[in-house]
Design a protein around this ligand. Structure first.
Ligand code: GLC
Length: 502
């Protein structure tokens, strides 16, 4: 049995701000339990709802050395869907009403979290991980601490680490002196080949330097981050680690996102009957949102964190042109006030055709995926993206920019070949996006049979976790030194060579 500890700063169903939480909650669930014992550990935020908290059981606690201080570390445990989950307990650090607040506090919070995770390993009865799977900057110091602790303690020797990048933009950058203080790490770690970058200390870089293997959440993004445009200042390091860097696209939970059983939609449908049924959901949604009720109208959805990453400045630039009388535009999400206000403004201006829900509501998200005709995702960069996968599952055709995971999961519509599951544009240009939206709209209104075939092909794609999980299992094996195929090839070659020599 291979033991893997999956470390994350958020995880469904306990706490979520973005796609990382989905991956942390789902990937461990789908990993083959016969070969792998995968457990998950996250902070015990005050913001985790009581209904989950009450299921966790106190295991133990201890006091951890942290520079000149000693800090409390409590361990709580529960089991859900066959997976063990741990919470790291410390009221002082995890007291906020959401996981992340200002950087100044977050830096110290996740320095503590990372050190606590490494320090508590010996306290987990019957579970010494062979591999610690880290995710994003909040866990970047873990590979560093493991190597550091291994210098003085046999327990840590040989524990392997993987660093998964869900978003390279956030790195955990802060003043070196402060980081030395809150990590207790010696001067030798703060050089340009280790944690230092551009004069500051960088948590993610620590993970990227020290982890045995790095992966990101799509093959295209794994290539893109070797280039300055996407590399966020670390492209040099990514090129340097090219041999131990790969991309594995995320899956989505096919039991949670299923148009045939979804408890949040009124009219269930499948790839066989969507032609008749899907639009009934559109009508329901129009009523729910107070839009003009017309099941023939082309409806575009956008469910997203409202940030620059998501390409919303392109939308801002041509919002007026998008909102013509043939289109309904439904938005759900929160984020940058500039975009929140943009969408509120257009809802006010075109109440029949634009709806802006500036909050997050999972049930409504499901109804948008199920009811719209198209789904807009013009991201500036997109490590994987999950919404386009959810849309396709519900026969909602994605219109995306050709980047990262969007490029790997959405095939552009080619009328002559009769292929494609969506519409893609290449350059980060508002009018290129607008052209693609119009092309989609004309296909919808003018060539309905063709449109329906796109829907059919999108629904036929398989983005369940099954495929991605196999790749993670292979990666785990490779990092643990269990990979066979490559070795076999080499052996055969040598035997052949020897025979030839004889
Ligand atoms: C981040 C990325 C997104 C990815 C998700 C899960 O939120 O921005 O592209 O799908 O992580 O890996």
């Amino acid at each position: 049995m291979k033991k893997v500890l999956f470390v994350s700063s958020e995880c469904v169903p306990f706490i979520k701000t973005g796609g990382l939480a989905d991956v942390a909650g789902e990937l461990p669930k789908y990993i083959n339990k016969e070969n792998y014992d995968v457990r998950v550990i996250i902070p015990n935020y005050k913001a985790i709802p009581e209904k989950f908290k009450k299921n966790f059981e106190y295991k133990t606690h201890f006091y951890m050395d942290l520079g000149w201080r000693k800090q409390y570390v409590g361990i709580l445990e529960t089991e859900l869907n066959g997976v063990k989950f741990y919470l790291v307990d410390n009221e002082y650090y995890f007291n906020g009403d959401r996981p992340y607040g200002n950087m100044h506090e977050d830096i110290e919070k996740f320095a503590y979290f990372s050190r606590a995770v490494v320090s508590l390993l010996p306290y987990l009865e019957d579970f010494r991980p062979d591999l610690v799977h880290c995710n994003d900057w909040q866990t970047g110091l873990i590979p560093v601490f493991i190597k550091d602790f291994a210098r003085g303690c046999d327990y840590y020797e040989g524990i392997k680490t993987i660093m998964t990048i869900h978003n390279l933009k956030f790195q955990g950058i802060w003043d070196i002196k402060v980081i030395q203080d809150v990590t207790g790490l010696g001067d030798e770690y703060f050089t340009s080949d280790k944690l230092e970058a551009y004069g500051s200390s960088n948590f993610l870089k620590g993970g990227l330097v020290y982890a045995d293997y790095i992966n990101t959440v799509s093959e295209t993004y794994a290539e893109e981050i070797k280039m300055p445009f996407y590399g966020e200042g670390l492209d040099g390091l990514m090129r340097h680690r090219a041999d131990t860097l790969c991309g594995i696209v995320n899956g989505i939970d096919y039991s949670e996102y299923n148009p045939a059983t979804d408890k949040y939609i009124l009219h269930h449908f499948t790839a066989e009957d969507f032609r008749k049924v899907k639009a009934k959901n559109k009508k329901e949604l129009q009523k729910e949102l107070g839009l003009e009720v017309d099941e023939k109208k082309f409806m575009i959805g956008l469910v997203s964190r409202l940030t620059d990453q998501k390409g919303l400045d392109l939308v801002e630039c041509v919002m007026e042109e998008i909102c013509d009388e043939d289109v309904q535009f439904v938005i759900l999400g929160t984020g940058d006030p500039k975009y929140e206000n943009l969408f509120r403004h257009y809802e006010h201006k075109y109440p029949e055709n634009v709806s802006a829900s500036i909050y997050y509501n999972n049930e409504r998200a499901h109804r948008i995926y199920a009811s719209c005709d198209a789904f807009l995702m013009p991201s500036l960069f997109e490590p994987c993206g999950l919404s386009q996968l959810m849309s396709m599952r519900y026969g909602t055709v994605p219109i995306v920019r050709e980047t990262g995971g969007l490029k790997d999961t959405v095939e552009h519509y080619m009328p002559e070949e009769g292929t494609g599951t969506g519409f893609r544009f290449m350059n980060y240009n508002a009018h290129e996006m607008l052209d693609m939206i119009r092309y989609a709209k004309h296909t919808y209104y003018g060539r309905k049979r063709e449109w329906n075939k796109i829907v059919e092909r999108a629904m036929a794609k398989d983005f369940s976790w099954e495929c991605s999980v196999k790749k993670y299992e292979e990666l785990y094996d490779k990092v643990l030194g269990i990979a066979v195929p490559v070795v076999e090839e080499v052996v055969e070659e040598t035997v052949a060579e020897e025979e030839a020599a004889e």
